[in-house]
Design a protein around this ligand. Sequence first.
Ligand code: CMC
Length: 430
Amino acid sequence: MSNKHATLTIEDKSYKLPIIHGTEGDKAVDIRSLRKESGYITLDSGYMNTGSCQSDITFLDGEQGILNYRGYAIEQLAENCSFIEVAYLVLIGELPTRTQLNDFREQLSRFALIHEDMIHFFDHFPPNASPMSILSTMVNTLNNFYPEMTGDTDEELLVVAARLLSKIRTIAAFSYKKSVGHPLIYPRYDLSYCGNFLNMMFDKPVKPYVVHPEVVATLNKLLILHADHEQNCSTSTVRLVGSAGVNLYTSISAGVSALWGPLHGGANTAVIEMLEGIQRDNNDFQKYIDKAKDPNDRFRLSGFGHRVYKTFDPRATIIKQACSKTLEALQVEDPLLNIAMELEKIVRNDDYFVSRNLYPNVDFYSGIIYRAMGIPTNMFTVMFAMGRLPGWISHWNEMMQDSGDRRIGRPRQVYQGAKKRDFVPLHERE
Ligand code: CMC
């Protein structure tokens, strides 16, 4: 903490508030003592301007479109790493050595099965159950089958993270297999993290799946791009729920639920539904643009805009490049890609969107890649959840290990309801 301070004057009194500087230039006014000293709270619905913690994990500059995990630029990580390497980095703070990476991979393979009793749970969801609700339920249930984590040492953190990363991947693939009524395909020791997921999704007793290296590389990239994004809605949920002292699995389950929303991770599904709608309407882009601009219509162009980015989302730039490359490699022609590119062009030349800094976000092109890989639309947000897991675990752990600043998350409010009044007995109420 620096010894500089801000001065806030309320009516005729001034209050000195400490200023905090981050390592990459973030600046904050620490208002924790304000209410005690002045009686005032700060009001910031939607947390437009509120920092909830200090964190060492991810740096994001929304004005310049910068995203770094543990100091490393997302562009370099997406180009050079596997998802597991990045997961290790996000969790531990350093890139793994070859031995550390091999050990982590070994743990992931070791924990890949889920308890056979959990498999019966899948039988009791209706066939059209959302994979996100299945995921959230099953992750919460993990707590009944596996030990809680204290995260006191890096070794323990890695064991629990490997268990979660590995089992969530298995749960995700099983939920898909159940939804299509196919037999479950168990994880294999000889396959990589992403290769294993694809095999569990697409291998069939009647038609073995051949793992395509291009698909594995793209999946690694997509998961890396989702691995963390500082205090977004689901990560803040994980921290808030965890701050009550609840176990990691339940906190993550709450994060999965938050991610499901169409304004958050659910946007990747909503994008495809929107593009399909445009296609059904014979490419009537104007209809969708007009709806999005109409202040009386709640419709928004899914995949555009971001709370923090006021320029290109760096993840979207990487995904857009990967999108064309993957479709070409898989020899897939998807008319939705052309519709998406045309929509982006229209948006970027329309003053409504330009003046509000609405650029494509991470969800705009990701769904088109997932489709090319054969992943069904209702699984897109599950893919996002698999990717975001290292971030959720790391934030939960960071909060739990913060001995100096660990408090239950509990915002205040400004009450605007009825003033105190006398109780009216039932027989006197008309
Ligand atoms: N389409 C049309 N108008 C929009 C959009 C959009 N996608 N996004 C924002 N606006 C308008 C909004 O109506 C408002 O206009 P006005 O100033 O006239 O009232 C202005 O832009 C500012 O929007 P906001 O709602 O105050 O911005 P926010 O920071 O609260 O919301 C957002 C951010 C991502 C929820 C929003 O941009 C949105 O709903 N986007 C579509 C959903 C989406 O793609 N979500 C994925 C986000 S990235 C991945 C993730 O977080 O999971």
